[in-house]
Design a binder for this molecule. Sequence first.
Ligand code: NAI
Length: 313
Amino acid sequence: MEIRSVAVIGGGLMGSGIAQVTARAGVRTVVVRGSGGPIAKLREKIEKALGSELERGKLTAEERDFTLANLVWGDAIDQAAECDLVIESILEDIALKRALFEKLDGLARSQTIFASNTSTLRIGDLAAATGRAERFLGMHFFNPPTAMKLCEVIPAKETTAEVTDTARAFVLRVNKTPVVVRDAPGFVVNRLLVPYLLDAVRLLEEGVAGLGDIDTSMQLGAGLPLGPFALMDLIGLDVCLEMSKNLYAAMQGPRLSPPALLRKLVNDGALGRKAGRGFYDYSQKPPVPVRGLGPRHVVQASDRPAVGRGAME
Ligand code: NAI
């Protein structure tokens, strides 16, 4: 089956990025916010993001216009239901996602393929909210979608081979690299990444080093482009907390349980870059580590990542 149109539901970091990726690849893309609210706001956000890519020389004016011409601004999920493929990217909350898919199932044509961009929920549990488990799978993009090349394609038990092949072909068409992964907790990337990120929070809680020094260590010692705290801020601390809770519920294990500091930051609204503050304070240029997050005795003097600055700006 050829995908001629896609709907992206959810206007956050991921939904707005995925919509840019598909529209830029020439696919008619209907964008719908998951939570009501004016679509004009989302339109403004995507136009601004494209404008900034243009300024940074990441795309030409023709490419920007082409992308915008492929975007359709949807006010209601009925418009999403008309597409060949729906990619859901709303909050990482199983009840909200299941309710959305249940509603969509009643509206969409029977051939429409449903995909979730969930980070850690079981695809089978989401598919079960619909009567089309054989046309349901995970399509897990990475943050920011416009830059990251991977998409995990996750067939659940009942997903047909034809639907998996269609999704793989679609991922290639939108210029990403697909990997097919079984419906196991955290798939591949988050199964490996989340315990590592949570371990970094525990290192900070234990006072092993300051957060800037932990980031610098992983950049210079392990050759990673971003340290764990800068990466958590980029992902969103609320998303990190949900991933921790979901993986802990699925697999137990002390490394997966949500650290107290992560819970506290989310409670305080310090959600990372999108909130202007998380482990780092983004009102400063370059961003600086928020003081006082580790135990008092942690040395803070070098708490400014020397190598992280480029990636943080
Ligand atoms: P976000 O917090 O930036 O955006 C969430 C979006 O959900 C909102 O913009 C809104 O459109 C929608 N929403 C909010 N409240 C809602 C409600 N009550 N009902 C329905 N929709 C509602 O989140 P983000 O980061 O875009 O995450 C979206 C999905 O993508 C989640 O499932 C997340 O696990 C997954 N994901 C996130 C990644 C990341 O690095 N942040 C990477 C890959 C997947």
